[in-house]
Design a binder for this molecule. Structure first.
Ligand SMILES: [Cu+2]
Length: 156
Protein backbone atom coordinates (compact mmCIF):
# COMPACT_ATOMS: atom_id res chain seq x y z
CA UNK A 1 0.00 0.00 0.00
CA UNK A 2 1.59 3.31 -1.07
CA UNK A 3 1.69 6.36 1.17
CA UNK A 4 -0.42 8.24 -1.34
CA UNK A 5 -3.10 5.58 -1.23
CA UNK A 6 -3.14 5.63 2.59
CA UNK A 7 -3.44 9.44 2.57
CA UNK A 8 -6.39 9.22 0.16
CA UNK A 9 -7.98 6.56 2.35
CA UNK A 10 -7.57 8.66 5.51
CA UNK A 11 -8.96 11.74 3.74
CA UNK A 12 -11.91 9.63 2.61
CA UNK A 13 -12.56 8.41 6.14
CA UNK A 14 -12.44 11.95 7.50
CA UNK A 15 -14.80 13.31 4.87
CA UNK A 16 -17.28 10.46 5.33
CA UNK A 17 -17.22 11.03 9.10
CA UNK A 18 -17.85 14.74 8.50
CA UNK A 19 -20.76 14.11 6.15
CA UNK A 20 -22.31 11.75 8.70
CA UNK A 21 -22.29 14.59 11.22
CA UNK A 22 -24.11 17.12 9.11
CA UNK A 23 -27.87 17.08 8.86
CA UNK A 24 -28.56 15.44 5.53
CA UNK A 25 -31.57 16.52 3.50
CA UNK A 26 -32.41 12.88 2.89
CA UNK A 27 -34.40 11.27 5.69
CA UNK A 28 -34.49 7.48 5.82
CA UNK A 29 -37.21 5.77 7.85
CA UNK A 30 -38.52 2.28 8.59
CA UNK A 31 -35.60 0.55 6.89
CA UNK A 32 -35.61 -3.24 6.99
CA UNK A 33 -33.78 -6.14 5.41
CA UNK A 34 -35.56 -9.37 4.60
CA UNK A 35 -34.11 -12.43 6.35
CA UNK A 36 -34.21 -15.39 3.95
CA UNK A 37 -33.00 -18.97 4.46
CA UNK A 38 -29.18 -19.01 4.89
CA UNK A 39 -28.75 -20.89 1.59
CA UNK A 40 -29.84 -17.78 -0.35
CA UNK A 41 -27.07 -15.48 -1.56
CA UNK A 42 -29.21 -12.43 -2.27
CA UNK A 43 -31.95 -10.61 -0.40
CA UNK A 44 -33.79 -7.30 -0.50
CA UNK A 45 -33.98 -4.20 1.68
CA UNK A 46 -36.71 -1.59 1.93
CA UNK A 47 -36.75 1.98 3.22
CA UNK A 48 -38.86 5.11 3.06
CA UNK A 49 -36.91 8.05 1.62
CA UNK A 50 -37.96 11.65 2.17
CA UNK A 51 -36.21 14.50 0.39
CA UNK A 52 -36.51 17.61 2.53
CA UNK A 53 -34.17 19.67 0.33
CA UNK A 54 -35.37 22.10 -2.33
CA UNK A 55 -33.55 20.25 -5.09
CA UNK A 56 -34.10 16.73 -6.41
CA UNK A 57 -31.95 13.93 -4.99
CA UNK A 58 -30.93 10.85 -6.96
CA UNK A 59 -30.03 7.57 -5.25
CA UNK A 60 -27.48 5.72 -7.35
CA UNK A 61 -26.79 2.68 -5.17
CA UNK A 62 -25.92 1.74 -1.66
CA UNK A 63 -23.99 -0.46 0.70
CA UNK A 64 -24.50 -2.94 3.53
CA UNK A 65 -21.55 -4.63 5.26
CA UNK A 66 -22.54 -8.19 4.36
CA UNK A 67 -23.42 -7.55 0.68
CA UNK A 68 -20.96 -7.35 -2.22
CA UNK A 69 -23.24 -5.02 -4.18
CA UNK A 70 -26.49 -3.14 -3.73
CA UNK A 71 -28.68 -2.48 -6.76
CA UNK A 72 -31.91 -0.55 -7.10
CA UNK A 73 -34.59 -2.76 -8.62
CA UNK A 74 -38.13 -2.22 -9.69
CA UNK A 75 -40.74 -4.91 -10.14
CA UNK A 76 -42.69 -5.04 -13.38
CA UNK A 77 -45.30 -7.43 -14.67
CA UNK A 78 -44.26 -8.88 -18.02
CA UNK A 79 -46.58 -11.44 -19.69
CA UNK A 80 -48.20 -12.24 -16.36
CA UNK A 81 -44.90 -12.79 -14.57
CA UNK A 82 -43.33 -10.43 -12.04
CA UNK A 83 -39.85 -9.51 -13.13
CA UNK A 84 -37.22 -7.38 -11.47
CA UNK A 85 -35.38 -4.76 -13.47
CA UNK A 86 -32.39 -2.74 -12.36
CA UNK A 87 -32.75 1.04 -12.19
CA UNK A 88 -29.64 3.15 -12.70
CA UNK A 89 -30.96 5.75 -10.31
CA UNK A 90 -34.00 6.68 -8.28
CA UNK A 91 -34.81 10.38 -8.20
CA UNK A 92 -36.80 11.84 -5.32
CA UNK A 93 -38.28 15.27 -6.05
CA UNK A 94 -38.04 18.07 -3.47
CA UNK A 95 -40.48 17.47 -0.62
CA UNK A 96 -41.38 14.04 -1.95
CA UNK A 97 -41.41 10.74 -0.07
CA UNK A 98 -40.77 7.46 -1.88
CA UNK A 99 -41.40 4.14 -0.16
CA UNK A 100 -39.35 1.17 -1.26
CA UNK A 101 -41.57 -1.78 -0.45
CA UNK A 102 -42.15 -5.43 -1.36
CA UNK A 103 -43.70 -5.76 -4.83
CA UNK A 104 -42.27 -2.45 -6.00
CA UNK A 105 -38.97 -0.62 -5.94
CA UNK A 106 -36.47 -2.26 -3.60
CA UNK A 107 -32.78 -2.46 -2.85
CA UNK A 108 -31.30 -5.76 -3.96
CA UNK A 109 -28.46 -6.97 -1.73
CA UNK A 110 -26.25 -9.19 -3.85
CA UNK A 111 -23.43 -11.61 -3.12
CA UNK A 112 -24.05 -11.91 0.61
CA UNK A 113 -21.13 -13.01 2.76
CA UNK A 114 -23.81 -14.26 5.17
CA UNK A 115 -27.58 -14.04 5.46
CA UNK A 116 -28.58 -11.60 8.21
CA UNK A 117 -30.74 -13.06 10.97
CA UNK A 118 -34.13 -11.76 12.07
CA UNK A 119 -33.76 -9.55 15.12
CA UNK A 120 -30.40 -8.11 14.26
CA UNK A 121 -29.84 -4.60 13.00
CA UNK A 122 -27.60 -3.62 10.13
CA UNK A 123 -26.28 -0.33 8.81
CA UNK A 124 -27.75 0.54 5.42
CA UNK A 125 -26.24 3.38 3.41
CA UNK A 126 -27.51 4.93 0.19
CA UNK A 127 -25.17 6.61 -2.29
CA UNK A 128 -26.43 9.87 -3.75
CA UNK A 129 -25.52 11.35 -7.12
CA UNK A 130 -24.20 14.40 -5.24
CA UNK A 131 -21.48 12.21 -3.70
CA UNK A 132 -23.14 12.26 -0.28
CA UNK A 133 -24.20 9.16 1.57
CA UNK A 134 -27.34 8.74 3.66
CA UNK A 135 -27.28 6.00 6.29
CA UNK A 136 -29.75 4.42 8.67
CA UNK A 137 -30.06 1.33 10.85
CA UNK A 138 -32.16 -1.34 9.18
CA UNK A 139 -34.01 -3.97 11.19
CA UNK A 140 -33.71 -7.53 9.91
CA UNK A 141 -37.11 -9.22 9.66
CA UNK A 142 -38.68 -12.16 7.86
CA UNK A 143 -41.64 -10.16 6.60
CA UNK A 144 -43.11 -6.68 6.36
CA UNK A 145 -45.82 -7.50 8.88
CA UNK A 146 -43.94 -6.75 12.06
CA UNK A 147 -42.86 -3.26 13.02
CA UNK A 148 -45.44 -1.47 10.92
CA UNK A 149 -45.82 1.13 13.66
CA UNK A 150 -44.03 4.37 12.89
CA UNK A 151 -43.37 4.81 16.59
CA UNK A 152 -39.79 3.60 16.37
CA UNK A 153 -37.14 5.62 18.10
CA UNK A 154 -35.62 8.50 16.18
CA UNK A 155 -31.98 9.60 16.28
CA UNK A 156 -32.68 13.20 17.21
CU1 LIG B 1 -34.53 -7.28 -6.94
Amino acid sequence: MSKQWIAALVAGLISSAASAEKDTAVLLQDAWVRALPPTQTNTAAYVTVTNSADTAVTITGGSVEFATAVEIHTTREVDGYLRMEQLQGLTVAPGETVSLAPGGIHLMLLGLSRMPVAGESSRLCLDLASGDTACTDAAVRKSAQQGQNSNQHQHH
